[in-house]
Design a protein around this ligand. Structure first.
Ligand code: KIV
Ligand code: ZN
Length: 423
């Protein structure tokens, strides 16, 4: 391979005295699900209206308060889905629906038609800002790209003022410099400042500035540097809610989101189980459960993980992998003898010490907290298993307590059966 001739190293951010490595996450971010938009646009067969409505309710039941429901100016189906949600009274009063639109006049007008009758709306507009896209796709310089964003912002503000006067709708704005991850950082700051200026953003009426790693191009520490640099340099920081939207091309979407929070982000956009374009978006289930496992309330409820997963698989036609953190079939399962032995001792220790704290080796959380059981989920036997696991299964599943002296012999006998059956 000739990779050193073909691929360019990612340029680091020049940031001095970075603060994020010394921070810890102490509370949940504002979450926004983009399952029904980014997730949907990445499916082999996109969801129809019934699936989207059911998925919307699943998201509401999980506790999402901001849900991007689609791109209503992009297709009739997307438009219809929004109309069905609004006219069918599916949107609770405390939930805001978000709609995506490019910063283009006819699309913005159509989007305002699509949201008529909704109570709380985020109009999320974007244009692409990266070096590559400016040169190859748009053939425009930085001023030309800024102009697209500012023109879009102006029209959105005007249509918002008209809509608010007519219906009192609660409208908020979100702007994404799409392909932020490949954009010169000072240009990202400048274009967002121009949009804020045009929108009249203030502390009382902040704009959401969403900084996507549209393509994940660097390690999570560098993404965190980008976010910290942005937060430190944007004028009037208090007039913005800084949001991140990490994709997962390098397999580190969740890590990017977590470090971005340390670096100053307030809000995270992602999807359940990481569905989305290419390798997907950051996986909100994993990140929320990571918070949970540190004793932080994620403000999302995944206690019935199997039902959420089953719904997701039905609506999207996607499968959750056996090793998917927290949700996969095998993620709490120990086959190896030494792991089984430690888990079994950990369970017994908790019982005898009557502790509330979760202190079982090899299990990052108590599987019961997300509706899993110990029987069948935790200890399973194959030819790698040892006497500890076998005794545990006999006791848990069959009520047979083996005397200490028999454990080794019974263990070998069962191992032999398993070896012969290649299991
Ligand atoms: O990944 C991305 O850049 C997006 C934007 C439209 C926010 O999905
Ligand atoms: Zn995206």
């Amino acid at each position: 391979m000739q990779q050193e001739k073909k691929y360019i190293p990612f340029e680091q951010i020049k940031i001095t005295d970075r603060q994020w490595p010394d921070k810890t996450i102490t509370k949940a971010p504002v979450w926004c699900s983009v399952d029904l938009r980014d997730g949907n646009q990445a499916l082999v067969t996109p969801m129809g209206i019934p699936e989207k409505i059911r998925f919307f309710h699943t998201l509401v039941d999980c506790g999402f308060k901001e849900i991007e429901v689609g791109f209503p100016s992009a297709s009739e189906t997307e438009y219809e889905i929004l109309r069905t949600l609004i006219e069918g009274g599916h949107i609770p009063d405390d939930v805001t629906v978000q709609v995506l639109v490019q910063a283009r006049e006819e699309l913005i007008r159509k989007t305002f038609e699509a949201v008529r009758g909704a109570r709380n709306v985020i109009i999320h507009f974007y244009n692409s800002t990266s070096t590559l896209q400016r040169k190859i796709v748009f053939g425009k310089d930085m001023d030309g790209i800024t102009d697209i964003a500012v023109q879009g912002a102006r029209l959105i503000r005007q249509l918002t003022e008209e809509e608010v006067a007519r219906s009192g709708m609660n409208i908020r704005y979100e702007y994404s410099p799409e392909s932020f991850s490949g954009t010169e950082i000072d240009f990202s700051v400048a274009i967002c400042e121009a949009v804020m200026q045009e929108m009249g953003s203030s502390k009382e009426n902040p704009i959401i500035l969403n900084l996507p790693s549209t393509v994940e191009m660097c390690t999570p520490n560098t993404y965190a540097d980008q976010i910290e640099y942005f937060c430190r340099h944007i004028k009037n920081r208090e007039a913005a809610i800084v949001s991140v939207h990490p994709h997962n091309d390098r397999g580190t979407g969740v890590a990017c989101a977590e470090l971005a929070l340390l670096a100053g982000a307030d809000r995270i956009e992602g999807t359940l189980f990481g569905n989305g374009e290419r390798t997907g978006n950051m996986d909100i289930v994993t990140m929320a459960m990571n918070l949970f496992s540190h004793g932080i309330d994620p403000e999302l409820d995944f206690s019935d993980m199997s039902a959420i997963r089953a719904g997701y698989e039905t609506y999207t036609g996607m499968k959750v992998h056996e090793r998917q953190p927290y949700a996969g079939d095998l993620v709490f399962t120990a086959f190896s003898g030494s792991h089984q032995d430690a888990i079994s001792k950990g369970m017994t220790w908790r019982d005898t010490h009557k502790t509330d704290k979760w202190t079982v080796p090899y299990l990052p959380i108590d599987p019961k907290d997300i509706g899993r059981t110990y029987d069948g989920d935790v200890i399973r036997i194959n030819s790698q298993s040892g006497k500890g696991g076998i005794s545990y299964i006999l006791k848990q599943n069959f009520g047979v307590v083996l005397p200490e002296a028999m454990r080794e012999d019974v263990g070998y006998a069962i191992k032999q059966v398993s070896d012969e059956m290649h299991q």
